[in-house]
Design a protein around this ligand. Structure first.
Ligand SMILES: [Zn+2]
Length: 180
């Protein structure tokens, strides 16, 4: 009799554990979905302004480069030879784009990086201007023209993001609390 009770008790415990397991899986799946949703929302947080509004907050050169897909002269920008540790953010919307530890000396006269700070912060677009086929890179959040990406970069990515200094703003790591 006691044995039978024991078996029933064990069965009951196993069933309870199963239910707890199923619940915890459902809960963790739910929280993943919530995180994904909020990330989606963040990336959709587009910044849209008229030319006149951009002109109010940008210098003439920043406006020409970022909003009219211009290019600054090689070796003329603020950051081609800039070596401080920190982050480079979009000059238009402040979206973080590149880390200083992904910057390398390409010798081309524009700041060059082998990867962006995170997937999705930069959008690529085919550019057929000036009789060339290139890949333009723009800020995902505000569509600012940043420069181009080429496949002649160093390891680990083999990419060279050739970026106009006029499209970015440097900030020291200490000023940015989001960075580990
Ligand atoms: Zn931007």
């Amino acid at each position: 009799m006691n044995d039978k009770r024991d078996v029933m008790y064990k069965d009951l415990m196993i069933n309870i554990l199963r239910i707890i397991c199923i619940f915890s899986v459902v809960i963790s799946l739910d929280s993943c979905a919530a995180v994904e949703q909020s990330e989606d929302k963040d990336s959709m947080n587009k910044v849209v302004k008229t030319d006149a509004e951009w002109q109010e907050v940008l210098t003439e050169e920043q406006f020409y480069v970022t909003r009219k897909a211009g290019t600054e002269r090689a070796f003329s920008g603020e950051y081609w030879n800039h070596k401080e540790k920190g982050l480079y953010a979009c000059v238009c919307c402040g979206s973080e784009l590149f880390r200083s530890d992904a910057k390398f000396d390409s010798g081309c006269g524009w700041p060059s990086y082998f990867e962006p700070v995170a997937e999705g912060v930069i959008t690529e677009r085919r550019d057929f201007s000036h009789g060339m086929i290139r890949t333009e890179v723009i800020c995902t959040r505000c569509d600012a023209h940043l420069g181009h990406v080429f496949r002649d970069g160093p390891p680990p990515t083999g990419l060279r993001y050739c970026i106009n200094s006029a499209s970015i703003r440097f900030c020291h790591l200490a000023e940015n609390r989001n960075v580990e």
